[in-house]
Write a protein that binds this ligand. Sequence first.
Ligand code: SF4
Length: 467
Amino acid sequence: MAKNPKAADNRRGRPPTRRSQPRRAKAAPVASSSVDIEDLAPSVTVAVAAAAPAALRAQLLRWYDAHRRDLPWRRASGGEEERAYAVWVSEVMLQQTRVPVVVGYYERWMARWPTVRSLAAATQEEVNEMWAGLGYYRRARFLLEGAKQIVEKGEFPRTASALREVRGIGDYTAGAIASIAFNEVVPVVDGNVVRVLSRLHAIADNPKESSTMKRFWELAGQLVDPLRPGDFNQAMMELGATLCSKTKPGCTGCPVSSHCQALALSLENSSVQVTDFPRVVPKAKPRSDFAAVCVVQIAQGLGEEVTDTKGNDDLFLLIKRPEEGLLAGLWEFPLVLVDEGKTDSLNRRKAMDKYLTRLLSIDMGRKSNVILREDVGQHVHIFSHIRLTMYVELMIINLKDGVDRLCKKEDDSTKLKFTNESSVESMGLTSGIRKVYNMVKAFKEKRLSVSERGQVPTRKRSRRSKQ
Ligand code: SF4
């Protein structure tokens, strides 16, 4: 599930607490400014003398040695492979997620799977459970698949090019592992490094374009320290995550301010600010999707007459999502997409009944008694590119033939499961589905007036579905 969209660029640290650059008049954004930053850059480039790399490296590393944050993945002990594994796990977790959130996940993960070998022996279910709440579940899947690949091969790849062969490891992660764990002189470029480089070199080009990214990789490659590549890469990221932040750069305390062309420009021309770099590219508007979600609760051991009965043995129907695409392979309550114009209760229920009938050997009218079916509310979940409005309903049913005969085909049993309340409570549901479950729980407590927590709703007489 999507996390805070602001997380990416500032994910490795807190906002800076140091003094900001001198106050100046607010400039227009680069795109609409009367001053063309690219026109200004050459003269300033002369002034800052093409950023002498050796001096910049030394200043940055000195600052990093004195100011780096104490983070658990930086404390990883053991040999190079243990360190490589720690860097890998932390870097994958840090993609799209802020440091304070990652710390707890990282520590729990490493306590459970301290080595790549132990991770390779885990199941996808276990990994998903551990990952629940971090979002972007593809990352967890790739970690597991990558671990299996590495264990099969017999050793941890030691170079960036070999690391890129591992499933889920791209240029950035390969560079981070190779430089930090194996001391290979290769660069890394993430959102923080892009920000620092675009300011150091006053690059106003669109950072989303591949030609601009290529330039950043080249610049980072020229800059990386040949003796301490891992520390240097971490220092660049640390600078971007702390002092050289998106909106409040602390230029007066910056160790490389004498090399910063954006700062020099801003001091020369009051209509320019360092925060004009990198150029802000408006995000594409997420598309809007709508879904009917039905939490199907199957009351156990009840006949036609439903009386006060504890619901501890009740089962919830969960469906496994397809192995490809959004939230691949994760469990959710029955969910079916509906058109925007068909989100009314009648159309949603029609779509849901059709879906359940296709999925299960269940005729909602003849094989089950619907004890209760009510709308619970809406929950909007924001993915990176989708705004999903979920219309949630609760349906409590009593099956005449029990759950054993619900699967239509043998292999359906791997795509759906019936699980009791305590398992639902403890399993690794995505944050959106967890929210749906909590909504339903709150609804039952309020609406059904149960006399004890966890009770099945009571009706003197069950009712057959009219849907
Ligand atoms: S790199 Fe430039 S913009 Fe960033 S904090 Fe240093 S002086 Fe300021």
